[in-house]
Design a protein around this ligand. Structure first.
Ligand code: HEC
Ligand code: HEC
Ligand code: HEC
Ligand code: HEC
Ligand code: HEC
Length: 319
């Protein structure tokens, strides 16, 4: 019965319902911690540096992925936050934001829902500090003050989607049936004692191995739960409605982590491995002579037929 609630009734008939046998071991909702009041406090709360000691490979792979700099991105994401603020939020008559001092967590949530979900554990001061830091960074770049650029860039990059975000905060999706993530537990695919003194337990969270886990941030369309729905990544939507609907059966994790061999370095076409898996291209060509008209006479001509098949589990590109 429990599984029926997890997947929803429409999927009752699919095999996915029966292949997951492990139960998720969340628990009662933990008491809320006081909100972080500075960027530093928020970063410390999610400090994942201890994980590096024992999970070096996962760490190094993660450090190369965009999850390790989910506000900075490739350098384009942070400036786009500012554009969204200046061109959008400040111009909307009912947003309540005219100046930077009016910004709250709720305003940034139209981006941080996915780019920094842990911001919901911070005060509005932290939302304003993030904007001030990005603006300071842009200013320092204009002034070519390299030391300042480097310092602020490190602060922006310290806000990211790290081990604790995926293996704790976001690991359980259906919390009323499966429980809330517990503060002393790392979630993965096994139960037992865990050697990290801050996280003495490990427990199973089946969703982590399923596409829906990535779907929390990789989007299925407009985010209707927000006061002002935003749309950025919609890849999970195309996975569900264009890939699985056509019989596709692989999960995000199977393609991006296992088949690619990249593990925690989840990548797009920027990586050779993913490019190889992306498209099949078939090219057929022939040449002929074409008798066009008496003025132009006989012309040489080539016909090239190109057939491209998308082998990814969703539309490409996205975002
Ligand atoms: C002192 C060493 C140590 C530290 C520190 C540590 N781990 Fe572990 N962790 C282990 C060992 C050992 C295992 C069991 C590995 C196995 O059986 O494959 C494990 C297992 C796990 C698993 C379950 C893996 C699975 O197969 O499902 C997760 C998730 C995990 N650790 C995450 C973390 C995170 C996140 C941190 C940092 C907050 C962390 N670990 C810190 C040693 C450590
Ligand atoms: C974007 C989300 C995400 C982040 C960030 C993340 N993980 Fe994972 N991790 C996963 C998923 C998904 C799996 C596969 C789970 C499965 O198949 O059941 C996994 C598997 C693991 C495993 C077990 C398999 C293995 O690779 O050994 C360990 C240990 C682990 N992660 C540790 C870490 C550590 C340490 C960090 C931080 C450096 C980290 N993870 C960051 C999503 C994440
Ligand atoms: C539904 C979750 C979600 C929301 C909400 C969201 N994003 Fe994104 N965004 C993503 C994901 C996931 C990616 C990367 C994957 C992709 O492109 O498919 C991304 C990619 C981007 C990129 C492209 C980065 C690059 O270098 O190509 C920018 C820029 C960006 N987001 C800015 C924003 C801004 C600004 C907001 C708020 C106005 C926002 N996003 C809201 C999930 C989201
Ligand atoms: C907590 C939210 C979150 C979760 C969970 C998450 N991602 Fe992401 N992911 C993002 C964001 C945000 C970005 C883009 C950062 C940027 O460029 O600004 C991203 C980037 C990526 C990229 C790189 C896209 C590019 O344009 O190069 C890939 C690939 C990716 N994620 C795959 C996955 C997979 C697979 C999973 C599940 C195992 C997953 N992600 C889980 C938020 C998330
Ligand atoms: C059948 C294999 C397969 C599955 C399943 C799959 N992907 Fe991909 N994905 C790929 C390949 C190959 C690429 C590289 C093509 C590209 O980036 O243009 C890619 C690219 C991406 C990108 C970068 C998109 C861009 O703008 O180019 C993101 C983000 C991503 N995948 C996330 C996911 C998530 C999240 C899921 C699950 C909901 C998923 N993928 C399922 C194979 C897969």
């Amino acid at each position: 019965m429990r599984k029926i609630w997890r997947y929803g009734l429409p999927l009752l008939a699919t095999t996915a319902l029966w292949t997951t046998t492990a139960y998720c071991e969340g628990g009662p909702k933990p008491p809320e911690q006081p909100k972080a009041k500075t960027i530093k406090e928020l970063v410390d709360r999610y400090d994942s540096s201890s994980c590096l000691e024992c999970h070096e490979e996962a760490h190094d792979q993660w450090a190369n992925s965009l999850h390790s700099r989910s506000i900075l991105g490739t350098g384009r994401t942070a400036p786009t936050f500012i554009t969204a603020l200046e061109v959008g939020i400040k111009n909307f008559p009912y947003s309540g934001v005219k100046e930077d001092k009016d910004i709250t967590v709720e305003h940034l949530k139209i981006c941080t829902k996915c780019h920094l979900p842990q911001l919901d554990e911070a005060t509005d001061d932290v939302a304003r500090e993030i904007i001030a830091t990005i603006k300071g960074w842009q200013k320092a770049m204009k002034a070519e003050n390299d030391a300042e650029v480097e310092k602020l860039e490190a602060t922006i990059a310290s806000l990211n989607i790290n081990c604790r975000v995926c293996h704790n905060k976001m690991a359980i999706i259906h919390k009323w049936s499966d429980g809330y993530p517990q503060p002393d537990t790392v979630y993965g695919s096994q139960d037992g004692a865990h050697e990290d003194p801050d996280f003495p337990k490990m427990a199973v969270a089946p969703a982590l191995g399923e596409s829906i886990f990535c779907g929390q941030c990789h989007g299925s369309g407009p985010n209707f739960e927000l006061a002002h729905p935003s749309q950025c990544a919609t890849l999970y939507g195309s996975y569900l409605f264009a890939y699985t609907a056509e019989g596709g059966s692989e999960s995000c994790q199977e393609c991006h982590m296992v088949k690619s061999g990249l593990g925690h370095d989840m990548q797009s076409y920027n990586s050779e491995e993913m490019r190889k898996m992306a498209v099949d291209v078939e090219v057929e060509s022939r040449s002929l002579f074409w008798r066009k008209n008496s003025a132009e006479g006989v012309l040489p001509m080539g016909i090239v037929t190109v057939e491209m098949t998308n082998k990814a589990g969703h539309t490409i590109p996205d975002g």
